[in-house]
Design a protein around this ligand. Structure first.
Ligand SMILES: *[C@@H]1O[C@H](CO)[C@@H](O)[C@H](O)[C@H]1NC(C)=O
Ligand SMILES: *[C@@H]1O[C@H](CO)[C@@H](O)[C@H](O)[C@H]1NC(C)=O
Ligand SMILES: *[C@@H]1O[C@H](CO)[C@@H](O)[C@H](O)[C@H]1NC(C)=O
Length: 980
């Protein structure tokens, strides 16, 4: 297209070039050309080029993005970066023979760059097309671009090889090709670009290959940025010739061998990043020549040997050597470095002591020496300059007490010094920035002081396995950010401060194996997030508070080994517990029926007073007449109640039938233009029109006078609703009415009356995906290309609900039956959002709990629902993953053929992962794919991609599931291998 347009322009332009004799006619020509380029090919949705108007004074020179030569008035620069413009590459801009700079960076330009269209631009000095959506191969830059100094194509989607003409830019200084899809090799001819100062190839899936051997020819290079580019082999010796180099980043590749001694030639280098490679051998002694080096990161390699003494002589601010096999002592002289702010030596085999003056001479703020064999005491001067924020020395053999000087290190926020042999008292409980303190398995003693409340932001206290003692001060309740508290295996005593239940972010409270006494606090209303409560092996007494049964997130409850008395509260059986243990207490009475099974026996033992009707070896409970009578009484009352409510329900029904006219107080809100009135709506509710009945109501089909078909949904419920629930309902309906998305079913109209709620939606010709897919013709009607486009459409719809609606809408019941198909099988998400109100209504209705509805449908419910009873958008993602699996396999989510008691997720996961072979993709794929699909239309690469996305979506851990927005991206663009 672009080239066609260009050719049509050639003739008139040429005339202009020839005939443009005066400044005025030149200007007129420029205006015409610019406007033609804009109007022919550029899409300017935000009107950012609105001032490109012929009649503007001084046009075109003071139009947005245009710069003219102040003397000749000729256009010399066009900069339209970040204006949200779209369209193909506007090569015709290059027809200004005077143009030097063209920047179109950070827009939505797309299409490919042909060699023809780029050839018009050979007089440019500066070309920046970064951050667009250009695709296809890089063009050849011919004829020679003799004046080009900057070529920036970063962040596009170019593929293939780097063309030969890229070795022939005589004056190119900046070459940026990072973050594309280039998958050829890195050509040696780039080393002909001897003027280069900046060389960026990062983040491309190149064929594994070495860094060009002659890279040392590029004497003027100042920046090399090639991480994540599949580099293999050795770092070439010639690299040492780069005397101007300031930054060298070759991280995250597979470079191997020794770091060459020649690296000592990088006399200007300030930053060296070689982390995450397979470099081995010792650090070269020549490092000591690098007198400008500020940052050295060679972590995550296989380096061995000692840390050269000479490293202390460099002006390093950052030294990262972690995850190697370095050994020996850390040179004392390192402490004389006056710039060092970050020191990371973790996971090596360093031994001996830390330099005693470390921190004294520099602004040390981050030290991590964990996972070594270091011993002796912690250096007293680490916080000498009052900058230290992170102190990590865990998994070593440090001993002695913590230096008193740490007590006023107010910058400290992250302390992890567990698994050492440190002793004495802890001086930093009350530092105001403290967030994380991890001291487990040392020999610390003393108590937690009341001043701990000064550490306002403390989120984790993990101090298990020390000899701390004394009472827990009530000031601990002021730590409002506290999430994890593990004080287990210490000598704490006394009663718990009652206010501890006010810590409303607390998720884990572990106090086991201490000497706590008194009662377990009963007012636990704020512990909404608490999942684990372990009070075992203390001296707690009194009864187990029944309020524990109302903690909404509790999964682990361990009260073993105390002196608790009284009965086991039946309320505890409401919890969805993974761990439950009340053994070895003084509990008595009958075991509540929920715990009266073999499964819980070990959790109940050691309470001589407990009895059970049938659970051996617990003694049987004594039978007492009054109790039986009482039970009979209650039963009788229940039966009466039931009959009563039956009669009442029947009566209401009859009344409704008799006084049907009462519906006339209907309030109709139309969200779209529809020709329908309330009589019309009510008339539709007949048996003949009924087309479906689901969790939320009955659906009728209705033809309007205009011929348009609509779906009329009468919601279950109505009557006796609370005023506030009605308000919630109205506001939700309002929200739904405003939604406009081609993959979401449109709500046309709502009718709300005192006892009736009707929603009118657009009618979907092909019914629900579930019905079509699992129907007889599912295989024929839905071949793979159709199914694939359904996955993308439905994902778009859900992503819209999650990310683009305000407030965001969680569907709560994603399933194939709630994805409707229009006449062209385009999917639309339906039946969302109202579930919350509906659930409320159903409980209000007094149906005796028979209808109590879980959020979601069997087979689609995310596993966390069982623990938390909460649904959020990640539960929708899980359910959507199940729908994807349904589309691939053609099976229902809980199909018997998936095997005994297996849901579709387990079945697919097992088959897909059963025999993974390196590089061969998913072996079981053939076994999984719906045999009813015509294989000749199936694209197995796509199927595998969808399967991979489905497996991500159905991850048991909500956090690991992608957002719906990401799901759309994954389905549309990427193969999963590129996912980082
Ligand atoms: C264009 O230039 C004229 C005069 O030089 C000035 O008045 C006007 O504001 C300018 N317009 C823009 C958009 O800069
Ligand atoms: C390159 O720049 C020089 C100096 O600006 C100019 O004379 C020459 O015509 C330019 N060459 C091309 C091909 O534009
Ligand atoms: C980027 O390139 C890859 C590989 O050619 C292609 O699959 C993908 O669709 C492209 N993405 C965009 C946004 O054009």
């Amino acid at each position: 297209m672009a080239s066609q347009r260009s050719t049509t322009l050639v003739a008139p332009l040429f005339l202009f070039v020839v005939s443009c004799v005066s400044v005025v006619s030149c200007t007129q020509r420029d205006v015409t050309v610019l406007l033609r380029v804009k109007n022919d090919g550029l899409d300017d949705p935000h009107g950012r080029l609105g001032d490109w108007v012929e009649t503007t004074h001084n046009a075109p020179c003071n139009w947005t993005g245009i710069t003219c030569d102040p003397h000749t008035g000729a256009v010399i620069a066009i900069d339209l970066s970040s204006l949200n413009i779209a369209g193909e590459f506007p090569a015709d801009f290059c027809r200004f023979p005077t143009l030097r700079n063209l920047s179109l960076a950070d827009n939505n330009l797309n299409g490919s760059l042909s060699s023809i269209s780029i050839s018009f631009c050979s007089h440019l000095h500066f070309l920046n097309l970064s951050s667009n959506y250009f695709v296809g191969e890089l063009p050849e830059f011919v004829p020679e671009f003799v004046n080009l100094t900057t070529l920036d194509l970063n962040l596009n989607n170019f593929t293939g090889d780097i063309p030969a003409s890229f070795g022939r830019f005589p004056v190119l200084k900046v070459l940026r090709l990072a973050y594309n899809n280039l998958n050829g090799s890195i050509p040696e001819f780039l080393t002909n670009l001897t003027e280069l100062t900046r060389f960026e190839l990062a983040g491309n899936p190149f064929k594994p290959g070495p860094l060009p051997l002659a890279i040392g020819n590029l004497r003027k290079l100042e920046n090399i940025w090639i991480p994540s580019a599949s580099l293999i082999g050795n770092i070439p010796d010639s690299i040492g010739n780069l005397v101007a180099l300031k930054n060298l980043d070759l991280s995250v590749n597979q470079l191997s061998g020794k770091i060459p001694d020649s690296i000592g030639g990088l006399q200007s280098v300030q930053q060296i990043e070689l982390y995450q490679n397979q470099l081995s051998g010792e650090l070269p002694i020549t490092l000591s020549n690098l007198t400008s080096l500020l940052q050295l990161d060679v972590s995550q390699n296989n380096l061995t040997g000692k840390l050269p003494e000479s490293i202390a002589g460099m002006p390093l601010t950052v030294l990262n050597l972690n995850d190697n096999s370095l050994e020996g002592e850390i040179p004392e002289t390192l402490a004389s470095n006056s710039n060092l702010s970050q020191l990371k030596l973790f996971n090596n085999r360093f031994s001996g002591t830390l330099p005693v003056n470390l921190g004294r001479n520099s602004d040390l703020n981050d030290i991590d020496v964990s996972g070594n064999e270091l011993e002796g005491s912690l250096p007293p001067n680490l916080c000498y300059r009052k900058k230290l924020q992170r102190l990590l020395t865990f998994d070593n053999k440090f001993s002695g007490t913590i230096p008193a000087s740490y007590s006023d290190c107010n910058t400290l926020n992250y302390i992890r010094i567990y698994n050492n042999k440190l002793s004495g008292s802890v001086p930093f409980w009350s530092l105001s920035e403290l967030q994380f303190i991890e001291l487990e398995n040392n020999k610390f003693e003393g108590s937690i002081p009341p001043s701990i409340s000064d550490a306002r932001g403390l989120a984790k206290i993990l101090i298990s396995g020390n000899s701390f003692s004394g009472r827990l001060p009530s000031e601990i309740c002021k730590l409002e950010e506290l999430v994890f508290a593990d004080l287990s295996r210490n000598q704490f005593s006394g009663e718990l401060p009652e206010c501890i239940t006010e810590l409303n972010k607390l998720q884990k409270l572990e106090l086991q194996e201490n000497k706590f006494t008194g009662e377990i606090p009963a007012i636990v209303g704020s512990w909404k997030e608490l999942t684990e409560l372990n009070f075992s092996n203390n001296n707690f007494d009194g009864e187990i508070p029944s309020e524990l049964g109302s903690l909404p997130s509790l999964t682990n409850l361990n009260l073993e080994g105390n002196s608790l008395s009284g009965g086991i509260p039946a309320e505890l059986t409401n919890l969805k517990l993974n761990v439950f243990n009340v053994s070895n207490n003084k509990l008595e009475g009958e075991v509540p029926s929920g715990f009266n099974t073999e499964f819980y026996l070990q959790s109940l033992m050691g309470n001589p007073g407990l009895c059970s009707p049938d659970l051996k070896p617990l003694p049987p409970c004594p039978k007492s007449k009054p109790i039986t009578l009482c039970v009979i009484g209650i039963l009788a009352a229940l039966v009466l109640l039931l009959i009563g409510s039956l009669i009442w329900v029947l009566k209401i029904k009859t009344l409704n039938l008799l006084f049907n006219k009462r519906h006339h107080s209907l309030e109709i809100t139309a969200f779209q233009r529809v020709e329908i009135n309330e009589e019309g709506v009510l008339a539709a509710l007949t048996k003949e029109n009924l087309i479906g009945s689901g969790g939320s109501g009955q659906v009728y089909r209705m033809k309007l006078k205009s011929g348009q078909m609509v779906a009329v949904k009468r919601l279950w419920g109505g009557g006796n609703r609370l005023v506030d629930s009605e308000a919630v309902f109205r506001s939700e309906v309002e929200t739904l009415g405003r939604i406009r998305h081609s993959n979401v079913v449109k709500l046309l109209l709502s009718c709300i009356g005192e006892d009736i709620q009707i929603l009118v939606f657009e009618y979907m010709e092909n019914g629900s995906l579930g019905d079509v897919l699992h129907g007889e013709k599912g295989g024929v009607l839905l071949n793979w290309p159709k199914r694939f486009s359904i996955t993308i459409g439905a994902a778009h719809g859900l992503a819209y609900l999650h990310h683009d609606c305000v407030p965001p809408i969680v569907h709560r019941d994603v399933k194939s039956n709630n994805i409707l198909l229009d006449e062209d099988f385009n999917p639309r998400v339906a039946d969302f959002g109202l579930a919350k109100t509906l659930q409320h209504d159903l409980m209000e209705e007094g149906g005796g709990g028979v209808m109590s509805r879980v959020a979601g449908s069997c087979g689609y419910i995310a596993p966390e629902y069982a623990y938390t009873l909460k649904v959020n958008e990640k539960s929708d993602v899980y359910s959507f993953g199940v729908v994807l699996l349904e589309l691939i396999t053609g099976k229902r989510p809980n199909d018997d053929s998936s095997g005994e008691n297996k849901d579709i997720v387990k079945w697919v996961t097992e088959v897909a992962l059963s025999s993974p072979e390196e590089g061969k993709g998913i072996i079981g794929l053939g076994q999984l794919v719906d045999p009813r699909m015509d294989p000749s239309t199936s694209n197995y690469e796509e199927i595998e991609k969808v399967l991979n996305v489905a497996l991500l979506c159905t991850s048991p851990i909500p956090m690991n599931r992608p957002s719906m927005r990401r799901v759309v991206e994954l389905l549309k663009h990427h193969t999963l291998a590129h996912q980082k």
